[in-house]
Design a protein around this ligand. Structure first.
Ligand SMILES: N=CN[C@@H](CCC(=O)O)C(=O)O
Ligand SMILES: [Zn+2]
Length: 429
């Protein structure tokens, strides 16, 4: 008994087919696409077979499937991977959007006690059940926009109890929802009001991380990554180093915010510590780019942030040419309210000058690499997870080309062989 047959697709975008853990340079331009093909997912939820429709028809003639999707005229691509989100919070910041449109910068709002501080106040006061309900809604939105693996950060507590509350909410979502989650401790997202950087760092090192380690050892929490906002007026390079090193010593992957508003040498620090990924990098230097390329530290670029805050665009072309592993994330948070990786890919192409194949590689295999999951996710290859999208379009590029069109292009979202979204509102165009 097999779980799912997706048959006769016009295009199946495998992304790669040699077990690559990431793609760089030309590898991102020449994605592996096969035509008139079918795909089989086994009862374990893993991909069992992919090949020409006629061959699969013949090989599986006597096999029964839980479900068959006729993808005639449609395309199949891997589920999208969103490598950077802040989806657990209470209290929206629509009022700050108005301030920013009127000219306030991100740090103006932050210094005035808004921004992350505003969200911290509301998130500390919120019940875990309220946070879980809003997280569930947000992850559902992301899933309907094609995301099947998402990184979720804490970071609106800045003290032990609320950071744990957020991580527990993420853990509950991980255990109960179909979407795959990579969980990130981001207790160093801002310096809490009333504390110095040194005091906040000591609290993280001596109070928060030891408790986190206990909860992880007891099997109550799974946390995958450690994050710090390394920025002027937030955590400097030396406090960032000590927090990231402590996380690494606990077995967490380093994946942090760096070189966003000022050049901080975050890229060089991340490369030195063996970071799996660094996000933002709007202000990265040439030396930082070279260090990341050598260390195979992925750059998670966030086109929505630069767009909303009217920042200089991250230097995607320089990074791609230097051989950096470029990934993408939505940066969903109360500042950048975007749940859609297709919109993110569109912005990456138009504003950061990435090509459509580069953007898709960055939102699949490379984003999975940034989360340490590219051995199981990020491409359609035998024995990887059966996470895929069926698009009601004759070419996969429509998903990027049609700005905001994903709501009508994505026909099915499949996670581990189960249809988690069946959209009968797709329309021919
Ligand atoms: N830059 C720091 N953190 C977030 C914003 C979080 C917030 O403003 O609430 C980001 O990645 O864009
Ligand atoms: Zn962020």
């Amino acid at each position: 008994m097999s779980k799912l047959l997706v048959k006769n697709a016009k295009q199946v975008v495998l992304i790669c087919n040699n077990g690559e853990k990431f793609l760089t340079k030309d590898g991102m331009l020449k994605l592996c696409v096969i035509e008139n093909s079918s795909l089989v997912i086994g009862s374990d939820g893993l991909i069992k077979d992919i090949g020409p429709a006629s061959t699969i028809d013949f090989q599986y003639a006597g096999v029964s499937f839980d479900k068959v999707i006729d993808a005639t005229g449609m395309c199949v691509i891997p589920g999208l991977v969103d490598a950077h989100t802040h989806p657990v919070w209470a209290g929206d910041r629509v009022h700050e959007f108005a301030m920013k449109l009127a000219g306030a910068t991100y740090m103006d709002v932050h210094r005035a006690g808004g921004g992350i501080h505003f969200t911290v106040e509301h998130t500390r006061a919120a019940l875990a059940s309220t946070l879980l309900a809003s997280l569930t809604g947000r992850l559902g939105r992301m899933q309907r926009a094609g995301t099947t693996l998402v990184e979720c950060k804490s970071g609106y507590g800045l003290e032990l109890q609320t950071e744990l509350k957020m991580l527990e909410v993420i853990e509950t979502a991980r255990r109960t929802l179909p979407i795959n989650i990579s969980s990130t401790y981001c207790g160093a997202h801002a310096v809490p009001k009333g504390k110095t950087v040194a005091e906040a760092t000591t609290d993280i090192l001596k109070v928060q991380l030891p408790r986190l380690r206990e909860r992880m050892s007891a099997g109550a929490l799974r946390v995958d990554n450690i994050d710090v906002f390394c920025e002027q007026g937030v955590f400097d390079l030396s406090s960032t180093r000590s927090i990231l090193q402590a996380g690494l010593d606990m077995g967490l992957n380093i994946n942090f915010h760096g070189d966003e508003l000022h050049p901080m040498n975050s890229a060089q620090l991340g490369a030195e510590l063996g970071a799996l990924a660094i996000s933002h990098l709007e202000e990265v230097t040439d030396e930082g780019i070279a260090a990341m390329a050598t260390a195979k530290t992925a750059a998670i670029l966030l086109p929505t942030t630069a767009y909303i805050l009217r920042l200089p665009q991250p230097r995607a072309r320089d990074m791609l040419e230097a051989g950096v592993i470029v990934a993408l994330g939505s940066d969903f948070n109360p500042n950048a309210y975007c749940c859609s990786m297709p919109v993110v890919m569109h912005l990456a192409c138009v504003n950061m000058r990435m090509s459509m194949p580069e953007a898709l590689a960055a939102a699949t295999i490379n984003a999975a690499y940034a989360l340490g999951r590219s051995h199981t996710h990020g491409s359609l290859e035998v024995n990887k997870h059966g996470d895929l999208l069926v698009l009601n379009a004759p070419r996969w590029e429509h998903l990027i080309y049609q700005l905001g069109g994903h709501q009508e292009l994505i026909r099915y979202v499949v996670i581990r062989g189960n249809v988690v979204y069946n959209n009968d509102k797709t329309m021919d165009f």
